[in-house]
Design a protein around this ligand. Structure first.
Ligand code: SF4
Ligand code: SF4
Length: 330
């Protein structure tokens, strides 16, 4: 009856809160979660003076708040409902971090060359409000960016950012890490070709199907063949490139939620010699926080993905967020 009195207090010890930066359309945040998480700067544009010490002090302030919380689970309001919270709860108070950054999510370019039916971004097609390259240069100049930082780039469509080649060159020349890039795959990039040749990037392309007709219904641009040809061109230039490409399949109700479409997708995956695939649900319909659970037949589709992957020696993964959504009991 009095168990709650003796319940050990849990503190949020999130590595993203301590050492990561997420450059979003007009915000600079700590992370790229399903919730906004701590926001360091709002309404950012090219006139905003970004002060790295201000960001560091904000992190320390939030951590001090966690350590002094009287709640049984000391979690800042901005982090409640984050699907990763349970992975980061600890019994001990949180040690204040140093001022280093070891993870960058770069997602400030909202221009896009697709029009996906499942797009969740309110700002899509609004371009880029601020230059991330100069902020990253300041981090490098002050020796605050870990050489092995995790680097995740997405959009909108990052490859059509006017600063894309400069950004990739900056990261390539100053860091030892690989770049993880989520892209439509519609634009061929010399910078990526160069990164593939030195095994310094992973490219995830959301193809979602295996033919032009279905692609058109999902992405509302006629670019299926262009993507396939781009992957073939990377492969012609760098034979190992397919090993660094992940093809994604977002299941969308009523369009590609069937075995025939999945089989066609695998035919293309095999033709392109890609060895990694990932499945997601449509976050517009199913999310960690809403009350909808995925239909039962999805489990048969995931089993079909597993079966075809095993038969074709392909590594199949369900994304972390999707895994939590499909495990959800409402
Ligand atoms: S707990 Fe979640 S929302 Fe909070 S900083 Fe970490 S990743 Fe972001
Ligand atoms: S590629 Fe991404 S940003 Fe562009 S329309 Fe599709 S989901 Fe939206």
């Amino acid at each position: 009856m009095f168990n709650f009195l003796f319940k050990k207090r849990k503190y949020l010890d999130c590595p993203y809160l301590k050492h990561s930066l997420h450059f979003f359309y007009d915000e600079i945040r700590a992370c790229c979660s399903n919730v906004k998480g701590p926001i360091f700067y709002s309404n950012v544009n090219n006139d905003t003076q970004i002060n790295l010490d201000y960001i560091y002090n904000k992190r320390k302030e939030i951590i001090a708040g966690i350590n002094s919380s009287k709640s049984n689970e000391a979690i800042p309001d901005e982090c409640k409902n984050c699907y990763m919270v349970k992975d980061f709860l600890t019994d001990k108070k949180i040690k204040q971090p140093d001022n280093s950054v070891n993870c960058l999510f770069i997602q400030n370019n909202m221009s896009c060359n697709a029009k996906c039916i499942y797009c969740v971004f309110a700002y899509v097609d609004k371009g880029q409000k601020y230059d991330v390259v100069s902020i990253i240069k300041s981090l490098i100049d002050r020796n605050l960016l870990d050489k092995k930082s995790k680097l995740m780039l997405s959009g909108g469509e990052i490859t059509i950012s006017p600063k894309f080649e400069e950004l990739i060159t900056l990261l390539d020349q100053n860091l030892d890490s690989q770049i993880y890039l989520a892209t439509s795959g519609i634009k061929y990039s010399k910078a990526l070709e160069n990164m593939f040749s030195r095994n310094k990037c992973w490219e995830t392309i959301s193809l979602d199907c295996g033919c032009s007709d279905t692609y058109m219904k999902l992405k509302r641009v006629d670019c299926f063949n262009q993507i396939v040809n781009n992957i073939k061109e990377y492969t012609n230039k760098v034979p190992t490139a397919p090993l660094s490409i992940i093809l994604k399949y977002i299941i969308v109700d009523g369009i590609n939620d069937n075995k025939e479409e999945i089989k066609k997708f695998f035919d293309v995956v095999n033709d392109l010699k890609v060895k990694n695939i990932i499945a997601d649900v449509n976050f517009e319909d199913y999310s960690v926080t809403n009350n909808k659970i995925v239909p039962k037949y999805y489990f048969e589709l995931f089993d079909y993905f597993k079966q075809l992957s095993e038969e074709n020696n392909i590594r199949f993964e369900i994304s972390n967020q999707t895994q939590q959504i499909i495990n959800k009991k409402v």
